[in-house]
Design a protein around this ligand. Structure first.
Ligand code: PXL
Length: 273
């Protein structure tokens, strides 16, 4: 009999991006690279390419709840990551269903804005994430913009990020990692867990260009490392190294932003038919 993979599955609850740079498809690629089986629940359909987001069509909360309940009836993911949730109602449904099922580790990527600047989460979504998801999150991974939207603290320096990270922990998140890819100085991530701040400095890859899907890539890699039992600090530094490598190997799929990519493939003779 085939071995059951359900107990080593990771779940992404996120939006669909036809260009595949962000959302569930990006998460699934990372899960594959990390050798974990991905299961997924869609919260919104977006119309976008590698240049821009044109529209976001959130699913009805009933559709989101139904996908989650039917999946949880059968599969118990080791860890769950949330990305774009679309509406405050969807945030509530996701939080209450996960809490009721006491399902796996929870990593919250509070997606609110796309690389191209499109608002993919309103102020109501931010409020609902604060109220319903952060109190049950094991780790939250906002970028600078999302940190400001969630805490009201303007973050331009590492010390401001430290204050904001503590404020996010006070809202109930077990661990916080503020991703500093948008700092004008070096891309420094600031984490707060076990009552302590930790700074992860990085090196800017790819000449300061913007990429589509780096936030999804980082939080998906982090989710896998936490699911495999890494401590928060080791998971952050491991995911940061992977995202840097993926940025330096980024690929051009269309005419817009490049997409982070790890050049890890089967040997050519293994994919010939
Ligand atoms: O990068 C944030 C993000 C996450 N998920 C989906 C997206 C975007 C940004 O465009 O479309 C589906």
């Amino acid at each position: 009999m085939a071995e059951r993979v359900g107990s080593s599955a990771v779940l992404t609850i996120a939006g669909f991006d036809p260009s595949g740079g962000a959302g569930v498809q990006a998460d699934f690629r990372v899960f594959n690279w990390m050798r974990m089986y991905g299961v997924g629940v869609i919260t919104a359909i977006t119309s976008q390419n590698t240049n821009e987001v044109k529209n976001v069509y959130p699913l009805h909360p009933r559709q989101v709840r139904s996908q989650l309940e039917v999946l949880f009836d059968d599969v118990s993911p080791l860890a769950i990551k949330t990305g774009m949730l679309g509406t405050a109602e969807n945030v509530k449904v996701v939080a209450s269903t996960i809490a009721a099922r006491k399902a796996g580790l929870l990593i919250v990527d509070p997606v609110l804005k796309s690389t191209s600047g499109f608002d993919v989460g309103s102020a109501e979504v931010a409020k609902a994430i604060k109220r319903h998801l952060l109190p049950i999150a094991d780790m939250v991974t906002p970028n600078l913009y999302e940190t400001e939207a969630l805490t009201g603290i303007k973050v331009e320096t590492a010390s401001e990020a430290g204050k904001a990270a503590q404020a996010l922990a006070d809202l109930g998140a077990g661990a916080v990692c503020i991703t500093g890819g948008h700092f004008s100085a070096a891309p420094t991530d600031i984490a707060f867990y076990n009552g302590k701040l930790e700074i992860f400095s990085g090196t800017r890859q790819g000449g300061g260009e913007e990429y589509h899907g780096t936030g999804c890539f980082f939080s998906a890699a982090l989710t896998c490392l936490l699911a495999k039992g890494a401590e928060p600090g080791d998971a952050v530094s491991g995911a940061k190294k992977l995202v840097e490598r993926a940025i330096s190997g980024a690929i051009r799929v269309g005419g817009g932003f490049k997409i982070p990519w790890l050049n890890v493939t089967l040997e050519p003779d293994q994919c010939r038919h």
